[in-house]
Ligand binder design. Structure first.
Ligand code: WTA
Length: 635
């Protein structure tokens, strides 16, 4: 691989070149891919509109880079290893040749059902290889996939399907997650009551849960495959895509309004995920790489599917959860498949840490070479536990900071090249130009400082727009500070110039690495019949990183507070999904508001954190007595 960085000197040189001659830098990297036509211009940009175009004029298909080009020398190498939720169910291995065949067949299923280039396809599936196949088949024919995480409710799915006007939904009868069966198709049926754009639903058989199949709309995956096989539609030429054609939409929460559809395009995303995958994990041929994320999130898109497959890696996909059948499941998988690279989330580490070392002690983890962390700040205790008990002190931990919007990893050590430091994402990757700014947007220079994290120059993997609403993209990311992309994260730069992400500075809560907007949760709570008003904040949670704390005003006193809490929780589950249910609900008589009617979240956050001694000045409140009431009734 021509773009593999092998030493700190090479990192320094690459970084310097990426800043001084960004176009030349990325063009050289892009030479390593398969293009149907090369670009006319490497980069065209401004952050004002914003307009970002990478590899303008180039033609390609990302699946030719992820599949076809590996057939020459890697046809029989495993592309995907799949481990089922139930450890007694046989695992599956798909070689590059087999994966290619399956993607081609399913691409023909899509075409046979009228899906065309540019159409949007919603995918709501469990973590089975067919999910990856569905994603890649969309990319092969130029359809735009919108994967929705299996934990979202019917209402959330409907909102996403309607926003993108999806023509098709791909789902399964159900999904296995730990001891539970999730009735995915039933949820889709509930969602589709509200969606007129969907013409076809393809349903994979997984759990054999009884489901309704509607004539003319719903079709079994297996039958559709047989149909194209009978028609002899085995191969499927890859659609020629423009570098900037949309590859996928992925919905994510912000501080205001409904989730927005972050749009990623083809060439830049491909180059960036492949480059970062290779360099951060220092992937070596034949390594087994295991990312524990769900494909419903960006980590799964970029670092289970696209990045690893673009690099011809063996990527391991796990259907279940870390604690089923017991808290040793990850270590069993590492042992069973001799995993070399493990990429997981702090919340999983904390939960396994709490289960104790009995689950680790008899497992052979000697195959591990590199450990990764993603999704939220990793606390020192979890970092040390991961390092000592899993990495046995010999595996570098790459603490990777990035976002749905960045497409790929932005700040991270390169394994064995950049010296790690607990809780620090360390240094920016080549091509990533960071700046810390104060509230006014002025740069905070030097080391040993903290500020809001911005990015001042485009990188190939960045979002291009938010689906159907470019102005919202501008407002959210490019309007806070002029000519800068604002991440929403706070960050410190220490004496060594190392970066440490301190968490969101906006009203986004990070629960177990899942991004949840406070406004979204408040809107859901406010739908409950007896609720007058609510305010939601995050508070430190031992395992989840942050938990959701809701302050709720009811229009009448509840005669059974516990039941009302459960009702409210159920309402949030219905509207958003179980992942957004508040951990704590406190009924209050009033909320602390300024004279202009703005809720003072700072105070609510402090109380939720249990830091009632440092509430600061409350004299400017409309009614300072509400604070006393809230403090006295804290749960
Ligand atoms: C947080 C996940 C600290 C951060 C890839 C960011 C992190 C948000 C880290 C994006 C990390 C992600 N250290 N915080 N290594 N990685 N975050 O879009 O607040 O689901 O803005 O993307 O997660 O979450 P998202």
């Amino acid at each position: 691989m021509n773009f593999q960085i092998k030493s700190i000197e090479e990192y320094n040189a690459a970084y310097q070149k990426s800043v001084e001659k960004p176009e030349e830098f990325w063009a050289e990297i892009a030479e390593n891919f398969q293009w149907k036509k090369k670009w006319d211009k490497v980069l065209d940009w401004n952050f004002k509109e914003p307009k970002i175009e990478w590899f303008k004029g180039a033609k390609l298909n990302i699946t030719e880079n992820c599949l076809d080009r590996h057939l020459k020398d890697k046809a029989d190498q495993p592309a995907i290893i799949w481990e089922a939720n139930d450890p007694t169910e046989h695992h599956r291995v798909l070689t590059y040749k087999q994966l290619h065949q399956k993607v081609c067949l399913f691409s023909n299923v899509l075409k046979n059902n009228g899906v065309k280039k540019g159409d949007r396809v919603c995918i709501y599936m469990p973590m089975v290889p067919e999910l990856a196949i569905a994603v890649l088949a969309c990319a092969r024919i130029g359809a735009i996939h919108s994967v929705v995480f299996g934990g979202f409710s019917a209402q959330s799915i409907a909102d996403r399907i309607n926003d993108a006007q999806c023509e098709m939904v791909i789902t399964s009868d159900g999904g296995f997650r730990g001891p539970k069966d999730i009735p995915l198709k039933n949820v889709i049926d509930d969602a589709l009551v509200q969606c007129c754009s969907v013409k076809t639903v393809i349903v994979l058989t997984r759990t054999r849960t009884p489901i309704s199949m509607i004539k003319g709309r719903d079709k079994w995956w297996e039958d559709e495959i047989k149909k194209v096989e009978t028609l002899g539609l085995i191969d499927c030429p890859a659609e020629e895509m423009d570098a900037e054609d949309e590859l996928f939409i992925l919905y994510t929460s912000g501080s205001t309004g409904k989730p927005k559809g972050v749009v990623h395009t083809t060439a830049g995303y491909m180059v960036y995920t492949a480059y970062t995958f290779q360099n951060v994990f220092q992937y070596q041929p034949n390594d087994v790489y295991f990312c524990t994320a769900d494909i419903g999130w960006i980590t799964g898109h970029s670092y289970i599917i696209y990045g690893p497959l673009a690099q011809g890696a063996t990527t391991l996909m796990f259907e279940g959860v870390p604690t089923y059948p017991d808290a040793g499941r990850f270590w069993d998988i590492v042992d069973k498949f001799k995993v070399n690279v493990l990429y997981t989330a702090p919340t999983a580490i904390r939960s396994l840490m709490q289960s104790g070392l009995d689950y680790v002690k008899d497992k052979d983890l000697s195959s591990l070479k590199v450990l990764g962390s993603v999704g939220e700040p990793i606390n020192e205790e979890a970092w040390n536990w991961y390092n000592e008990n899993i990495g046995k002190g010999k595996c570098p931990i790459v603490d990777t900071w990035w976002q749905t919007e960045t497409g790929g990893i932005m700040i991270s050590p390169l394994a064995n090249i950049i010296k790690t430091k607990p809780c620090f994402a360390t240094l920016p990757l080549p091509g990533v130009q960071l700046m810390l700014v104060d509230e006014k947007g002025d740069e905070i220079k030097g080391n040993g400082v903290s500020g809001n994290l911005c990015i001042t120059f485009p990188w190939p993997g960045m979002l291009r727009t938010t689906y159907g609403d470019h102005e919202r993209c501008r407002q959210t990311y490019f309007a806070t500070y002029e000519n800068k992309y604002f991440t929403g994260d706070g960050c410190m730069r220490d004496e060594d110039g190392y970066y440490r992400i301190t968490g969101r500075v906006d009203d986004v809560i990070n629960v177990s690495g899942h991004r949840i907007g406070t406004a979204e949760v408040e809107n859901a709570i406010n739908m409950f019949t007896d609720v007058v008003e609510s305010a939601v904040v995050g508070y430190p949670h031992e395992i989840k990183g942050q938990g959701i704390y809701a302050y709720v005003i009811l229009n009448k006193e509840s005669d059974d507070e516990e039941l009302t809490r459960k009702d409210i929780s159920m309402t949030v589950s219905r509207i958003i999904g179980a992942i957004a249910r508040p951990e704590k609900i406190q009924f209050v008589k009033g909320l602390p508001k300024t004279r202009s009617g703005k809720i003072m979240r700072r105070i609510l956050r402090k109380i939720a954190e249990g830091d009632v001694a440092n509430l600061g000045d409350t004299s400017t409140l409309l009614d300072p007595t509400v604070v006393e009431d809230i403090k006295n009734n804290k749960i």
